[in-house]
Design a protein around this ligand. Sequence first.
Ligand SMILES: Cc1cc2nc3c(=O)[nH]c(=O)nc-3n(C[C@H](O)[C@H](O)[C@H](O)COP(=O)(O)OP(=O)(O)OC[C@H]3O[C@@H](n4cnc5c(N)ncnc54)[C@H](O)[C@@H]3O)c2cc1C
Length: 503
Amino acid sequence: MGEPQVLIVGAGPTGLVLALWLSKTGTPFRLIDRKARPGEASRAMAVQARTLEFYRQLGLADEVIAAGFRMDHLHLRNESGELVTVPLGEVGKGESPYPFVLSFPQDDHERFLTDHLRAAGHTIEWNTELTGFTQNAEGVRAVLRKAGGEETWAGSYLCGCDGAHSVVRHAANIGFPGGTYDQRFYVADAEAKGNWTTHDINAHLAEKSFCLVFPVRTEGQFRFIGLVPEALGDREDIGFDDLRAGVEKVTGTQVTRVNWFATYRIHHRVADHFREGRVFLVGDAGHVHSPAGGQGMNTGIGDAVNLAWKLAAVLGGKAAASLLDSYEAERLPFARSLVATTDRVFEAIVGRGFMARMIRTVVAPYVLPFALGFQAVRRAQFRLVSQTRIAYRESPLSDGTVGGVHAGDRLPWVEGIDNFKPLESLDWQIHVYGTPTAELREFAAKMKLPIHEWPWNEATKHAGLEKDTVWLVRPDGHIGHTHQGPDLEGMRAYWERLGFAGQ
Ligand SMILES: Cc1cc2nc3c(=O)[nH]c(=O)nc-3n(C[C@H](O)[C@H](O)[C@H](O)COP(=O)(O)OP(=O)(O)OC[C@H]3O[C@@H](n4cnc5c(N)ncnc54)[C@H](O)[C@@H]3O)c2cc1C
């Protein structure tokens, strides 16, 4: 076998998931990272339902769930006590096989993914840094620096999973417009005695400050996130003791030991492009935003899956190279809308203006408890935060609408029949809820497309699906094409337009 045609730069969560998907499809790759080992900061803790759905496709979901823990409740408190308790445990029941938010610290998470790559027979090349690249219509040449000197890699595609300060993005000369928030944050992983239960998130609000407290790992360890008080100015040397009194007052707790403390500023930026010729930006290399809602790492993993199945199809000779155009078309609009949403939420919570005061003094204590009392509101929140709502309706890969479900939408999950099970093959597939026609069976056999069929019932109807409809489902679980009726010409044209050669 020759040199792998894909170079993945960066073994953070994004690069690791891209590598795992390519591994499962039998697509050779190289994965390099300039660090000496996996990341050691707990950073992202929330693993969203959509990520767990992808992990199930990779055969990892059960193990990840066993290694982390489910968040049970969100408590909103102010100085006079509890304002509202939001149950999180089954908040998305009926929407996803994983109707909860999982907590799994990023360092454990990266080690877990690294171990799985190793078990699949792959090596991560640590201490190996990309310093630059050139490309033309035939391929990419990348310069890699490592202990023994420099090496030139030549291949077809380069994936920049190299984080917010991406060398790939700079070398490709892709702009990264946006800004940096004025406020400075602190984050501390600490042991504390508090009036909290171990699997709950606590949001403590005060007139001028707030503190979010998440459980981390074992009992009694918590993550504290809040704003560095303006009185401390821009001092770079602050430690937890400078903040201790304020944190303990707003949370009503006693911090007994600090394991990790950092301050940071938050940026909100989206790259002008996610692709330049044969080079792709994936994860934080393409978008950074506030941690409001725990979206960053999960969005990087979503990017990785979107690109991985397309690279596997193109390099496996199953689809035209133009399939790769849909990566930017699908993921860039989502990143832009995500940054706009997290921007609004962030400004509303931490900003200094009228809106922020309104949120802290009126919306949080009075409006939110009322709104969250409605199951429909909680369900809509779940769809948004869990990323199960992400859809690519405007994508060049999306064709057709039947009832309320459009091509580009994630295939609705049907409770009770486990219609996500066949997605574990990572193949294109046809789903029919009802009875497939003989013509459809013949077409599918010719195209080597498996048909999965389930009886039509109340549950399939409730999920929004339509009886006897053809749902052509992509390897990532989104609908590519849909139609009702016996005519298969539309599906044939779709398949040919995208240059698919069957599977
Ligand atoms: C305090 C904090 C809390 C957060 N909480 C959440 C949360 O709850 N949920 C969530 O989803 N997200 C959260 N995030 C965001 C999340 O941590 C990032 O979105 C995530 O790490 C991005 O993953 P990535 O793989 O794209 O990039 P990174 O994790 O930055 O990985 C990039 C990798 O590329 C390597 N690299 C860089 N340059 C080169 C080069 N030239 N050559 C070789 N290798 C290179 C680096 O060494 C690194 O290993 C949080 C972030 C912070 C700071």
